[in-house]
Design a protein around this ligand. Structure first.
Ligand code: FE2
Length: 438
């Protein structure tokens, strides 16, 4: 396969490239000698596109793809989703209030009305993965409930990880939805999930019955990860409670055990309610530990702040401050059409839009590299950087977007016109076009 007339993200000033792909690996990446760019007027593609200038394979056999000046970049990364729950909104009924608590009761009603089966979970998870693939996602980390004690979800996602390994890369997290120390035999269920081959140890310390049990759960999580040489990804402080402070314990454990690069603190919504003096002190430990962060701006702004009248808190972590301090924050979806958050569709550009707005990251400098939040930063969380990126010799996994740079893609919510995983086309799209009559 050869990609012609393509901009490469980060190398836009060097003009257009041609990119060779051989046996699923990136070959030579060279400047085009005679660049062919249809959009000479430099108008945004969304406004300027005519149907005959849309990119496509020119020979019909998936050998030569003319990008016509559009941008290639590494695939989008979904660092936080619950694939065992996706695509269940409306069964047996919709969440009418949109709150977390109605989400939990609706999920219980779902499980009582529709007995979970491995095949059923796989079917729903695959439907969500197909949506995500259409929006350029190729790497996914999914949490799977280990307090759903039939373990059908764990079984289903482990099978799917294997079945889909040539199409999308899936990582699994043992996630104790109802707690580890506050759930009967919670530790044994976590151990069983790790024995079955989960990639990461999860947790939910703020949901444990007491401060002490929360701390105990974190130490157990780190012990288990060491025992199974696994990564860590914990739902941490996902609550609008300014005195919930398990993040400091996570940072301390990661620092002591030198496991920061393999650790993710997800959500950490409570940081938005911390006083600035405490956060300044906490930041030192976070930086020393080197842990990574995940935030889900669409789900969190929807679910959090629900106990506030006005003014209302935004419910998300301090994305801007953490990023400015040099810490890695990736953005994810959390939900796709489940009882907790119904609008999700698999499109990380929507998540990014929410995150950039609510964190006031709409200055030009912020927007100029905003796609990092849903690509390279997610890759760091997943520890996949050794096989991620557009470089000669790496697996040929990439996307092409109907835009020329981050700002344009963000502004126009550009379509992913091509998604290739290890040299294989997994999704393509010919974006719609329109014509304004003046
Ligand atoms: Fe989550």
């Amino acid at each position: 396969m050869q990609i012609r007339n393509v901009r490469i993200r980060g190398k836009q000033k060097q003009g257009l490239f041609k990119v060779d792909i051989e046996n699923g690996i990136f070959g030579k990446i060279l400047p085009e000698e005679t660049p062919q760019e249809e959009d000479k007027e430099q108008t945004p593609y969304f406004l300027g596109s005519r149907q005959d200038t849309l990119p496509d394979f020119t020979d019909g056999s998936e050998k030569i793809y003319d990008a016509k000046g559009r941008m290639m970049m590494p695939p989008f990364v979904e660092p936080h989703i619950h694939l065992d729950c996706v695509m269940t909104a409306g069964i047996p009924h919709y969440n009418m209030s949109g709150t977390l608590f109605e989400g939990i009761t609706t999920w219980d009603e779902y499980k009582n009305s529709q007995p979970l089966t491995v095949e059923g979970i796989k079917e729903r998870a695959k439907a969500a993965l197909r949506c995500m693939a259409g929006y350029g996602v190729q790497f996914v980390r999914t949490h799977v409930d280990t307090t759903e004690t039939s373990f059908k979800g764990v079984e289903a996602l482990l099978e799917l990880r294997e079945e889909m390994k040539d199409t999308m890369e899936i990582q699994t997290v043992a996630f104790p939805q109802n707690g580890i120390c506050s759930f009967r035999h919670g530790k044994e269920y976590m151990e069983r999930a790790m024995q079955m081959g989960m990639d990461c140890v999860g947790g939910i310390p703020h949901y444990e019955f007491s401060r002490e049990l929360g701390v105990e759960s974190i130490r157990f999580i780190f012990d288990l990860a060491e025992k199974y040489d696994a990564m860590i990804d914990v739902h941490c402080d996902e609550i609008d409670d300014g005195v919930t402070r398990y993040l400091e314990e996570m940072a301390a454990q990661a620092w002591m055990r030198e496991m920061g690069s393999r650790t993710v603190a997800a959500h950490t919504c409570a940081t938005g309610s911390y006083n600035d003096a405490y956060f300044a002190k906490l930041l030192r430990a976070l930086k020393e530990s080197g842990i990574n962060f995940n935030s889900c701006p669409t789900a969190s702004t929807s679910l959090d702040g629900r106990f506030d009248n006005y003014p209302k808190r935004r419910g998300i972590t301090r994305i801007r401050q953490l990023t400015q301090a040099g810490l890695n924050v990736a953005l994810g979806q959390d939900s796709i059409s489940d009882p907790w958050y119904m609008p999700g569709v698999g499109n990380l550009l929507r998540v990014l839009e929410m995150g950039m707005h609510v964190e006031h990251m709409t200055g030009y400098e912020d927007l100029s590299h905003c796609l990092d939040f849903i690509s390279t930063k997610g890759a760091k969380n997943l520890c996949i950087e050794d096989h991620y990126g557009i470089e000669e010799g790496k697996p040929a996994s990439f996307i092409i977007l109907d835009g020329r740079d981050d700002y344009e893609v963000f502004r126009f919510q550009s379509a992913v016109t091509l998604s290739v995983h290890q040299g294989k086309v997994i999704a393509k799209r010919r974006p719609s076009f329109g014509k304004v009559m003046f």
